[in-house]
Design a protein around this ligand. Structure first.
Ligand SMILES: Cc1cc2nc3c(=O)[nH]c(=O)nc-3n(C[C@H](O)[C@H](O)[C@H](O)COP(=O)(O)OP(=O)(O)OC[C@H]3O[C@@H](n4cnc5c(N)ncnc54)[C@H](O)[C@@H]3O)c2cc1C
Length: 405
């Protein structure tokens, strides 16, 4: 497959790159140090339409293609992964299930808030008993008065604090196993009303009344993605009308798996951008050290490392955008999405570790962004399906194929 980006893609890439350098790079270190959500940049990104890049214009999005969305993620992550994950978790996890599986009234009710970036969205799947084994969900949704009463706790949920609209899974029929899991749209007020009111996005009074019984729990103190909001999402006797069930009962698990397929390409783009950011820093350091570019045998090891990083980044670009091309053409892409996610997240770890090494003590210092990037890379190997889970998906797909199933 040839990697061909249009002029519109190139213009968008340039725009996001300029934004990253001007608005994110100067504040990324501080936001990371303070574990502070980037509200001012959320407003700026909302103004540019980046919370609804590939959402149809009729629902308030920019109406661009899926490649454009990945370009936004890649270029944001090149500077700071927390910013990229703010767009990614909101778009792929919070919004795309409503776009893909919602009925028309659900789309009209929720998508304009999300696609415009007026409020942030998220996705609640993980529980203490349900991570890689997402079918182990203990959260229950019991039918009551024509709706559902939901009880449970979702952990490590991106935007559980700052967000207002969530798609969550809950067991509606325990006897059916994974086929007894359904998904629901729930709402709550942001925990950051002051900041949201100050910047003018993040809170929508028109969403009221919120789902009773839904609230944010403990904020996580994390190794990386420190400017991204991660908390528990608590559902305590949450009363949800039937009209907020997303798709038929029992299809929540399958739909979430489909969402994650697509999410893996998104994480692939994020990890690709992160690896590229590490390469940028290593290259800048090398140029500073040896501006003459003369024959310096002592620097050969660094040059070889840069060449290897650049080559791996280019190979990963094909994996990520190749999986995206399959998705756009409506072809099966589960295996390719897993390959893209697996390879790019492991590349991000390798590239950021190598960049720290190349910079020596400077690389270990927060003066340079590579130590933050190295911390940020690790979760790419864990979130939205660990590397081990990706390997299982890939191996299983070949075994099924060869046995004709
Ligand atoms: C910053 C951050 C943000 C997150 N955001 C969200 C979010 O928005 N929404 C959400 O729902 N979740 C979110 N998560 C949760 C994330 O998706 C899970 O952490 C991830 O799916 C792994 O689950 P786990 O942590 O329970 O690990 P486990 O599933 O307990 O895995 C532990 C280890 O066992 C391995 N393992 C498990 N099963 C197998 C197997 N069958 N074969 C081989 N090895 C195996 C894993 O690979 C891993 O190494 C987030 C997590 C973090 C840290």
């Amino acid at each position: 497959m040839a990697l061909e980006f249009t002029k519109q893609h190139d213009t968008l890439r340039h725009e996001v790159r300029e934004f990253g350098l001007a608005e994110i790079a100067p504040v990324a270190r501080q936001l990371d140090a303070e574990s502070r959500f980037p509200w001012d940049n959320v407003k700026r990104m909302a103004d540019r339409g980046w919370f609804g890049v590939n959402v149809p214009e009729r629902y308030g999005g920019l109406g661009l293609d899926y490649i454009s969305y990945l370009i936004v993620l890649e270029e944001l992550a090149r500077i700071d992964v927390s910013h990229a994950m703010t767009v990614s978790a909101h778009s792929t996890l919070g919004m795309s299930p409503i776009l893909a599986f919602g009925d028309e009234s659900q789309k009209q009710r929720y998508l304009p808030f999300l696609a415009s970036g007026s409020v942030l969205g998220g996705f609640g799947l993980t529980e203490p008993s349900a991570g890689s084994d997402a079918g182990g969900s203990r959260t229950t949704a019991v039918r009551e008065n024509g709706g559902y009463r939901i009880n449970g706790s979702k952990i490590f949920i991106t935007h559980a604090g700052v967000g207002e609209i969530f798609v969550v899974t809950a067991v509606t029929d325990r006897a059916q196993g994974a086929r007894g899991i359904s998904s629901f749209i729930v709402t709550k007020e942001t925990t950051a009303r002051e900041q949201a009111d100050r910047v003018g996005v993040g809170h929508a009074p028109a969403l009221e009344p919120y789902t009773p019984g839904v609230r944010a729990g403990k904020k996580e103190d994390k190794m990386g993605w420190r400017a991204s909001d991660t908390r528990e999402l608590v559902l305590e006797d949450a009363i949800v009308p039937e009209s907020n069930r997303l798709g038929p009962e029992g299809e929540g698990f399958v739909n979430f798996m489909k969402t994650l397929d697509s999410g893996r390409i998104g994480i692939g783009a994020v990890a690709l951008g992160l690896a590229r950011g590490a390469f940028d820093a290593a290259l800048a350091f090398e140029q500073d050290r040896n501006p003459e570019d003369g024959p310096d045998p002592d620097r050969q090891a660094a040059r070889f490392a840069l060449a290897d990083m650049a080559t791996e980044i280019e190979a990963t670009r094909y994996l990520v955008y190749g999986a995206a091309a399959l998705r756009i053409r409506g072809r099966p892409y589960t295996r390719e999405a897993s390959m893209a996610k697996l390879y790019s997240s492991e590349l991000a770890m390798r590239a950021t570790t190598k960049a720290v090494q190349l910079l020596g003590a400077d690389g270990y210092s927060a003066e340079w962004p590579v130590e933050r990037m190295m911390r940020d890379a690790k979760i790419c190997e864990i979130g939205e399906g660990t590397s081990e889970v990706q390997r299982l998906v890939i191996a299983r797909s070949f075994i099924r194929e060869s046995s004709g199933r």
